[in-house]
Write a protein that binds this ligand. Structure first.
Ligand SMILES: NC(=O)c1ccc[n+]([C@@H]2O[C@H](COP(=O)([O-])OP(=O)(O)OC[C@H]3O[C@@H](n4cnc5c(N)ncnc54)[C@H](OP(=O)(O)O)[C@@H]3O)[C@@H](O)[C@H]2O)c1
Length: 272
């Protein structure tokens, strides 16, 4: 497994996502993912599955410190009154004293960046999380985050072959921030793409595997694919025995589209 080193943190470049997996499925799939070798698990308050994820980690018998666990504070909980109690509730559900990474899930125009980043840093100082980061933040918002002096290690954003994230990627390179790719296989839409399929045939890999390999061959990029099926979950981990050529990397990058974004709720910021 490739590891990403960033500001003292060591993070497996490939993690397991749990969006839309309800408690029981999340339990089953996280247990299976840990058994298969995943050591990086991504959840969030809004997924309503922290309890199942926590139980899976506990029952796995794997020492807690060997698993990199991320959760996210929902955008309606960012104000001073609600932030910390919401994190305490997450820790209770996850059955852990500390997560490895705590993210602000989405910005909220009604709560100043300085207020929620202040709470995020406080949560870290209290030992509720080892590392901190954000999600769905634009370069304009990131400027404000960095101006507070907070040492964020990542911005978790939508990233897959059909979306152009050059602006963010350039920003991350300059500011020592990693990109954690959510919806890395475009919520399944990479399947059936001729370019990805063609490249995969050479290596005996499918479109999802080629996409995830493309992802982790990029500097400072991590990916957290989700699946409700054991066979898919295992296949997504089976990407460390081949290497894409620079030409193939380029071909996949060229699949970007102008309107490739999939996740765009009404409360989304003004994207870069
Ligand atoms: N920060 C945020 O705002 C945010 C937003 C979205 C997601 N996320 C995080 O990122 C994770 C991943 O993103 P995502 O869940 O949106 O989408 P994704 O991982 O890109 O795609 C998941 C979909 O792909 C299918 N799939 C997975 N592996 C496959 C394979 N090997 N072959 C064929 N189909 C496959 C899954 O179906 P099956 O279940 O049938 O395998 C599922 O429908 C989430 O679970 C969550 O942890 C964060």
């Amino acid at each position: 497994m490739k590891q990403i080193n960033i500001k003292g943190a060591t993070v497996p470049a490939l993690g397991f996502g749990t969006f839309q997996l309800e408690n029981d499925t999340a339990y089953k799939m996280v247990r299976a993912a840990l058994e298969a070798g995943y050591r990086h698990i991504d959840t969030a308050q809004i997924y309503n599955n922290e309890e199942g994820v926590g139980r899976a980690i506990e029952d796995s018998g794997i020492p807690r410190e060997e698993i990199f666990l991320t959760t996210k504070v929902w955008y309606e909980k960012l104000d001073k009154q609600q932030f910390m109690p919401s994190v305490e509730e997450s820790l209770r559900k996850l059955k852990t004293k500390q997560v490895d990474l705590l993210l602000v899930h989405w910005p909220n125009p009604e709560v100043p960046v300085e207020e929620y980043i202040g709470e995020l840093v406080k949560a870290q100082e209290k030992g509720y999380t080892k590392y901190i980061g954000v999600s769905n933040h634009t370069t304009t918002l990131l400027d404000k985050v960095l101006a507070t002096g907070a040492e964020i290690i990542t911005n978790q954003v939508e990233y897959h072959p059909f979306i152009n994230q050059d602006t963010l990627n350039n920003y991350f390179g300059k500011n020592d921030i990693t990109l954690t790719a959510y919806s890395p296989i475009a919520q399944g839409k990479v399947m059936g793409n001729d370019t990805l399929k063609g490249i995969g045939e050479k290596y005996g890999k499918n479109e999802a595997q080629v996409t995830l390999r493309w992802m982790i061959q990029q500097d400072g990029v991590m990916a957290i694919p989700r699946s409700s099926k054991e066979a898919h979950m295992k296949a997504n981990l089976n990407i460390f025995d081949f290497e894409l050529t620079p030409e193939e990397m380029q071909e996949i990058t060229a699949l970007r589209q102008d309107n490739g974004r999939i996740v765009n709720p009404p409360f989304a910021p003004d994207w870069d």
